[in-house]
Every structure is written in C-alpha cells, then in structure tokens.
Design a protein around this ligand. Structure first.
Ligand code: BLA
Length: 505
C-alpha cells in the first residue's frame, strides 16, 4: 500500500504499529496456542519454504523439533528468549526464536546466518569496543567511537548517532559512513519523523532491522479473524509502518536498522544505520548491538554525570565566595555592585541586575530602566517557590521583544527577607542566533489536511533556518544556584541585622 490517506490515520502518533497484521517476508512466523501447542496462525511463504501442512498441526511436528523439553524456558519479552538453530526447511536452514505473547507462543524463523563469529571472537570484539568507550574523553569522542564501532559490527554504509533533544526533535551528533554517501552530521530532524508510539516501542524492542525497504508485507494467515490483532511488539520480523518505508525510500535507501540508546528507561537516542543495497543483520550481530548499546548508554550517562558534578562544584565555590563577602560587608547595593561581575559570570549570563532596598547594581548588558518594573512584576507573578527561567523571554513577557538582543534569556528570583520588599536578582542571557541545518524543510513536510495523502518528506536536501529570540537555555544547576543564592542572601541579611541589633542594645 503506497498511499495512506489522512482520514485513515488521524496523526502519525496514532498508527498502531504494534499490530500490523503482517511480517517482513524474509522470515517466517508461526503462532501456536501455548496450552495445546497447535499452530493457529502463520505468515510468510511457509508452504514453499518450510512445510506444506502447518495450520492446525502440532508445533513440534511443523518445526521438526521436539519442544516438550524446552518450552518452559520460553518467556515473554523481546529478543526471543529461546533459540533453536538448524531447523530444516525445504531448501534452506532456519534459526528460530521463540517468545511468549499472552496465550500464544510465537516462533520467528530466519534463514540461518552464514557469517558466524565464534563466541570468543564476539566477546573479544565487545570487550575491545567497551574499553574504547570507557577511554573516550568526552561525549563527542565517545559518540564518534560508537559510530565507527557500530559500523564495523553491522557493516552498514552509514551509521549515525541520533540524539533526541528536549523539544522532541533529533540531531545527528556523530556519523561513520562510506564517503560515497552524503553526510547527515549535525542535521536536525523534526519530532514527527519518529512518532511517540514508535519511541515507546523502541524502549521495549531495542534492535530493529528492515533488510529491504521495497518488500511486500506477508499477511498473518489464520482461521480466526481475531488473530489480525496479534501484538507483534517484540518480533524482529514485525512489518513496519508503510509511512516509514516510504521515508526510507525517499532517502534513496534499500535497507535500514536502528538500535535504541536507553538510559534509565528513557529513550536518549538511536543508532540509525543506512544501506544503499538490501542488507540484513544476523541474530549474533543484533545481540552484539544490544549489548554495545547498553554499554554506550552507561558511558553516556557517566559523561553527563561527571559534567553535572563538575558544574555543581564550580557553582558551590562561587556561591560561597559571594555569600562570605555579603556576610562580612552587608547586603547593600554597593557591595552587590562589587560582586555583580562575579555573579554574572558564575551563571554564564551576559547581564546581571540586582534590585536592592537601597538602590541597584548591574553588570554587563541589561535592558533599559523603563523595562525593570514590568520585568519585576512578571517574575513576581511566577511565584516565589522556584526561580523564574526562560530562554525565549519575549514569549513569556511581550515587552522583552524590544531587547531580545541582550535579553532573550532571563533567570530571576525575588529576594524575600532582605528588608527590600521589591528586592530581586535578575540574570540575562543574550540572544543566540541559531542556524539550524534541517534535512529537508520541516515546516512543509507532511500533508495532514483531512483527506490529503499523508506522506513523509520527499526531500532531505539541506534546508537552513535561522532561529531568533532564544538564548542558551538555563540548566537545572543554574536554577538551583539562583535559589541557593536567594536563601544565602536572606541568611546573610538576618545575621547582619542581629549583629546590628546587638550593637545597638
Ligand atoms: C520510524 N523514523 C522511524 C525510525 C527512525 C525514523 C530511525 C525507526 C525505524 C526503525 O527502527 O526501523 C527516522 N531515520 C529517521 C531519521 C533519520 C533516520 C530522523 O535514519 C535520520 C538520519 N515518519 C515521518 C512522518 C511520519 C513518520 C511524517 O517522517 C508520520 C506521519 C512515521 N516513523 C514513522 C513511523 C515509524 C517511524 C510510524 C515507526 C516505524 C515502525 O517501527 O513501524
């Protein structure tokens, strides 16, 4: 089916990709009732490639393998927990993976892979890769290494590390490729390219392969119409979304594979593999990819945690220095003015403004004075619980459109308990004009008008977009530091007051 109308699919996020009712035809599928072990459904060229008679026959008989001894080991879940090698078909040898899904046993048969590495070779290769990952100095080097390693393991033409960003879009942050293929390095892709239900599924099923994107799906065949609803989430052979197949064809590819990078149950990114000619991936290579991707996810987390930890230490010592001086010299606009450069730098701001009981202090570039009351009002509206933060201020505060160049970003907190009811600290970040290099124009990609043909983008030509009015976003550490400064300043003020009262007595 090459054309799907928008009326069929209300949106990309709703296509039920886990119940496609068909498989990819390079393999075969048998579905048996878990209690009776009779085959109740199947898909693919079973008659020609495996056995003339299968529907309604015992599974052991159809597979030519006595399952009585082994079936207890078959567990639900992805990957196929039980593996049977060397099953004889009419002309080829198959390897089978058995899973349990509800009341069924699912048997996926794939042609036995020709190139098999010995267990020792595989372990050595995995160990080498894991060591290289550990040695990588930072996130970028780590991902560069990973792209090269996954290209070696999979043999695909172009292998990319694809990272999901906070807004759901994705970016290619590392790539290893045959120079004959164009590069997607640093290209951005819209969120809808990998819809929500697919992201959920990919946390569960971590390695997916489409050996030939031009395939014709092999429908599930059964005496029972209810089988059309069979959940294929965990199957390697699951037929994939026709929209995604079209997407891959539009990219000029014949085969693709993707491997999930999952961190604490969250999909951090994908390893996306492309090939210009049909290409599959052996069971062994898939298992190696799963293990490597797990190692990669842990190494990414270690890099990110080390980064956060260094940042936290730096902020703590900067805060201590500032608070010590306020404690010694008093919480006044004059002292604040001396400290304002440090306060600005410590949060990577380009401007800093402190509104105090006895005046104000500034550093760097801050908006004109006429805008201060409005800003203070906006920050107070946000409430006193957590600091106000924005990296797109004109969206939250209209007048900020007049000073986007110096103040696209704002982090601010009122200063209660300092004798100044209107006291406030405000950090500004300058606009950071971002040139986003999209693969294809994301704004006119999808025909989602009712009745229109729903298709993925046809062009992946570079399309540049200049994003204005945004600053570098504030990190959670930045926000926490602002909150600690607010509390520390109130403490310093209280202590100075006590000292002063004691002296007066
Ligand atoms: C799936 N889209 C995917 C997958 C990737 C991408 C990696 C997972 C495919 C798999 O695991 O086999 C996107 N692939 C990319 C991107 C790159 C790449 C960004 O190589 C960049 C280098 N796709 C669209 C639109 C829709 C859509 C507009 O572009 C919806 C209308 C849908 N994409 C879509 C669906 C899936 C998908 C439904 C799930 C496919 C499946 O697993 O069945």
């Amino acid at each position: 089916p090459s054309v799907i109308t928008a009326a069929d699919l209300a949106s990309c996020d709703r296509e039920p990709i886990h119940v496609p009712g068909a498989i990819q035809p390079h393999g075969l599928l048998l579905v048996a009732d878990a209690a009776s072990l009779m085959v109740v459904a199947g898909a693919g060229e079973l008659e020609a490639r495996l056995r003339q008679e299968w529907l309604g026959h015992p599974l052991s008989e159809v597979l030519g393998h006595d399952l009585a001894m082994v079936l207890d080991e078959v567990q639900p879940g992805p990957g196929g927990v039980l593996r049977l090698a060397g099953l004889h078909g009419t002309t080829e040898t198959f390897d089978a993976a058995l899973h349990r899904s509800g009341p069924f046993i699912l048997v996926e048969l794939e042609p036995a892979s020709a190139e098999t590495m010995s267990a020792t070779e595989t372990l050595l290769a995995l160990d080498r890769a894991a060591t290289a990952f550990e040695r990588a100095s930072g996130l970028t080097t780590l991902c560069d290494h990973a792209a090269v390693t996954f290209r070696q393991v999979t043999g695909f033409d172009r292998v990319m590390i694809y990272r999901f960003l906070d807004d759901g879009t994705g970016a290619v942050i590392a790539e290893a490729r045959d120079p004959a293929l164009p590069s997607f390095l640093n290209h951005r892709f819209p969120a809808s390219d990998v819809p929500q239900q697919a992201r959920r599924l990919y946390i569960r099923n971590r390695v997916r392969v489409i050996p030939d994107v031009h395939y014709t799906p092999a429908p599930l065949r059964s005496a029972s119409p209810a089988m059309a609803e069979l959940d294929m989430s965990d199957l390697t052979l699951r037929s994939v979304s026709p929209i995604h197949l079209q997407y891959m064809r539009n990219m000029g590819l014949d085969a693709s594979a993707s491997i999930s990078i999952v961190q604490d149950g969250v999909l951090w990114g994908l390893i996306a593999c492309h090939n210009r000619t049909p290409r599959g991936m052996s069971y062994e290579a898939r298992a190696a990819c799963r293990a490597l991707a797990g190692g990669l996810a842990r190494q990414i987390r270690a890099r990110e945690e080390a980064e956060t930890y260094r940042e936290r230490l730096r902020l703590r010592s900067a805060e201590d220095a500032v608070l010590a001086r306020l404690g010694r010299q008093g919480v006044t606009a004059e002292v604040m003015q001396d400290l304002s450069g440090d306060l600005m730098q410590m949060l990577g701001a380009s401007g800093f403004l402190a509104l105090m009981a006895d005046g104000h202090a500034t550093a760097g570039h801050v908006p004109d004075r006429q805008y201060w009351p409005g800003l203070a009002e906006r920050v107070r509206q946000h409430g006193a619980q957590a600091p106000f933060r924005s990296h797109e201020l004109a969206r939250q505060h209209g007048p900020a459109q007049h000073f986007t160049a110096i103040g696209s970003g704002l982090l601010a907190t009122p200063l209660p308990g300092t004798g100044a009811p209107d006291g406030m600290l405000l950090w500004f970040r300058a606009e950071k004009v971002e040139l986003v290099n999209w693969a294809g124009n994301p704004h006119k990609g999808v025909g989602l008008v009712p009745g229109a043909v729903l298709t993925p983008r046809a062009s992946f030509e570079d399309w540049h977009e200049t994003v204005r009015g945004r600053s570098e976003p504030w990190s959670l550490e930045d926000v926490a530091a602002a909150a600690r400064l607010r509390d520390g300043i109130a403490d310093a003020y209280r202590q100075r007051e006590l000292v002063r009262l004691n002296q007066e007595l």
